[in-house]
Design a binder for this molecule. Sequence first.
Ligand code: ADP
Ligand code: MG
Length: 605
Amino acid sequence: MESGIIRVLPDNVANKIAAGEVVQRPASVVKELVENAIDAGATQIKIIIKDAGKSLIQIIDNGKGMNALDARLCFERHATSKIIEAEDLFKLSTKGFRGEALASIAAVAQVELKTKQTENETAIQINIDGGKFINQTECQAPVGTSFTIKNLFFNIPARRNFLKSDQIELKHIIDEVERMAIPHINIHFIVQSNGNEILNLPATTTIGRIKSLVGSYIQKELVPLAEDAQYIKISGYVSLPQYCLKTKKEQFFFVNNRYVRNPFLNHAIYEAYKELISFQSHPRYFIFLELDPANIDINIHPTKTEVKFTDDKTAYLLLCSTIKRAIAKGAASDSLNFETETAFNTQTINASKNVTAPTININPSYNPFNNQHNFEQQNTKVNKQQWEKLFTGFTDNLPTEQQSEKQTVISNIENETKEFSVFQMNKKYIVTTYNQNILIVDQQRAHERIVYEHYLKTTIDNRINSQQILFAEQFDVSANDFVLIQQLMPEFKLMGFDLEVFGKNSFIINGIPSDLADFNIKQTIDFILESYKINTIDSKTDRHDNLSRAIAKSTSIKYGKVLQEIEMKQLLMSLFDCENPLYTANGKSIMMEIENTEIEKFFKK
Ligand code: ADP
Ligand code: MG
């Protein structure tokens, strides 16, 4: 008989391939193992991590454990105790059901399982190494299950190299734990990383859990949801419009206690906030939907984060109206706060008048408008003295040929002080002439560059002055941000942020850079951390540089800000004082020049 070329893959190869889907990074292992512990009825789950899970992940639960046979079987592909027949797929109440996780994890790591059931005298220990069974013995262990995963991807170097820095991988792990801890409030979660306990979440209420993860300040920013319709039950919390953020943070959506993403229902949430928040700001939400498992399909994605509803229109409309009602009710009882507190960068429709947008405050020693009022008085007469101060120091630290070049620029500008005309276009660009050419400068990028260089230049000997805060403020953060701030502490110090650890997940702000005195400091730090994290995901810049970028992003003036003439001039002067006035730190163009010759050419026709 002719032999074909098709082979059935041996299990160990198939498992390695399947692992590519289920196990992308240490956080996926944590997710799968914690989900199994939840399914096993655990009331306490301890997660021990070393080197962001790259060298060790251990999950210890006090659930029902496995007997010897199951302990062996659980590593087989498609081995699950959770469904027996296809029908069961429509009444799932467990997290897992595909029976792939353990087989996949075992294929790409060194795994040790210890498990004991109440009714058995001894525990079972099994060791598996890269999918290969090593041994099975009896041992002593408490009731429950402990999985130890060592050296993830040791046998797939390409995958291992693909892992991000410890900081990023640890963040992914904490994200996963948060997603499981929020809906499972009856379970005590403990997370230890490199010997330090970074999370300890005893059983509590939903709001208690949210507070212990995000910080207790969040309670006053949220309103509860309650809707008990036939098709769907909605509960949880959403933020009042004035506490919406510039970044997508704290957006949690759970269906039958499983964290999911659903763009369609996400849209319903934004729809509820329509006209209450600007299009760039984002609500924070912790929403729980409960519905008959027969009405959902979670089987579309191997990591099970996507979900389909049989009737998503009903879900959409109900969700939207429930949120609207909750916000209206919350806003009414919170009307005092609503008037006075305007969230950072969140332009509620009628608040624009009272918003004090960031002013241009680079180097306070030469800044002619340290505060808005002062600035308005000076607006009509340009303060010559201030301009002169600006010009001195302009040429420091430059090679001589560039110095003379800059000198001519300066004297040109100096001579032109009276004619030096600027105007703002579309609340976005500053237009000016320069050497008879037209210069169009992007106001946000320009200011970002200036602030970036200002912070980038800080060193031990050249710190930014910190302005002490009279009444030090307490600042509660998530476990994730707590770890991050601690890592960034030395840079924060250099840059004028005087922060001090104050117990678990909390800091005291003693001082801030003096040029940020007018900012809402908690929101600014929050925003800085968010931009920092976004940046570290796509680039490998060092901490100092990245933090400077994040501060620049967070505190620079934005599009839409109307600039006064003197502000525009000041901005241009400071921009030309930069090492690189042409591009932002991310390489985006700051200005466009239309040459005089082009203009002449055009009018010759
Ligand atoms: P699934 O969760 O989809 O069933 P897994 O590969 O994650 O597949 O797990 C396989 C089986 O191993 C589970 O169905 C369960 O019976 C058993 N198991 C896994 N982890 C635990 C645990 N921590 N405690 C008790 N049983 C467990
Ligand atoms: Mg599972």
